[in-house]
Ligand binder design. Structure first.
Ligand code: NAP
Length: 308
């Protein structure tokens, strides 16, 4: 460690030296923990340590960490906020990604950059693979897609990971702290009746599972663009039904009509991703989404039913 190291003490281990950006976010928190558990020396960087939209901040911060691998989980990803503040979304998701790619390339580091299923328009009707044409429907998706392209063009040592519908133990900072699982459990407790749409499909992905996949990729030199979600898919209604079944919650669950909760911003109705790239290189470590959910609920000390 440098004597003049400007950040909190790194979590040390005997392995690789890396930095995680967005370390106090929902995903970043579990990525830091996964590397630390793996015995790596991980520098946890929060927004107080690094500002993605400033090349000076990014370059100086990463130079100080001297990391072999940089994992970027930070983004502006609240869909409504991106729509209201497209200029800021551009700065964080596009300029920020370009800054990271430039700084990591100059330092000879690998960049693992997290992206989204919202780069697709949802009209395909079967799982999207990496070679499918991306056609985002909103500012968030468009800025993330452009950010991906800068990473891929600038730093050849990159992993761009498109993921979806994350939930984890640590609050999602951009979405007010409560993930879908916890929201469903709270609504069931408070109202006893919950209505959820059955016409939008995704692959709910536990942050611990994505974090484990990121650790695996950090050891690989098979750089590229990868879809990185839990195996299988479901509608949000089916997701809620499995939450209540596993947690043995007595609730009246009803299908909401498609226009009951009109979205302010267009979103893909079907954004299921197939991890084709990971599978073709024997790198896929994801479980079925139901297994990730089972673990998540078990760790909340809830009485959890067995998986179907
Ligand atoms: N959540 C999902 O369902 C989902 C689905 C698909 C893809 N993703 C992608 O997954 C990643 C992680 O999501 P998450 O749920 O873990 O998000 P999160 O909990 O909101 O964490 C995002 C982190 O980024 C930091 N950040 C925001 N703007 C920054 C900037 N300009 N410079 C430096 N740091 C900045 C935030 O810090 P402050 O809060 O202090 O600003 C926060 O620590 C994002 O790239 C997102 O696009 C998420």
């Amino acid at each position: 460690m440098h004597d003049d190291f400007p950040f909190s003490d790194p979590i040390c281990g005997g392995g690789m030296k890396l930095a995680v950006i967005g370390a106090n976010g929902q995903l970043g928190h579990d990525v830091v923990r996964a590397f630390a558990d793996h015995g790596d020396e991980v520098q946890a960087l929060t927004h107080q340590d690094i500002e993605l939209s400033s090349l000076e901040s990014v370059a100086a911060c990463l130079r100080a960490t001297q990391s072999e691998v940089v994992v970027n989980t930070a983004a502006m990803h609240n869909v409504e906020t991106c729509e209201q503040q497209p200029g800021r979304a551009h700065e964080v998701n596009i300029v920020g990604a370009r800054n990271l790619a430039t700084a990591t390339r100059d330092l000879g580091s690998t960049l693992i950059h997290v992206s989204t299923d919202y780069v697709f328009d949802g009209t395909k009707g079967s799982p999207y693979v990496e070679s499918d044409e991306a056609r985002p429907l909103n500012v968030y998706g468009r800025t993330k897609l452009e950010g991906e392209q800068f990473v891929r063009d600038i730093n050849p040592r990159h992993f761009v990971l498109r993921t979806a519908a994350l939930y984890g133990d640590h609050p999602c900072r951009a979405k007010g702290g409560q993930n879908f699982v916890d929201l469903m459990l709270r609504l069931a407790r408070e109202r006893g009746r919950v209505r959820v749409v059955d016409c939008e499909f995704t692959s709910p992905t536990a942050t611990v599972d994505l974090a484990r996949q990121i650790v695996e990729l950090s050891r690989s030199n098979m750089h590229g663009l990868y879809h990185a979600t839990a195996e299988g898919s479901c509608s949000w209604y089916e997701f809620a039904r499995e939450i209540f079944r596993l947690a043995d919650v007595s609730v009246t669950l009803e299908v909401a009509s498609p226009n009951e909760f009109p979205a302010k911003v267009p979103r893909p109705a079907y954004s299921v991703l197939e991890n084709r790239g990971l599978k073709s290189r024997n790198l896929n470590r994801f479980r079925l989404w139901q297994a990730g959910l089972h673990t998540y609920l078990s760790e909340k000390q809830l009485p959890v039913a067995s998986q179907s």
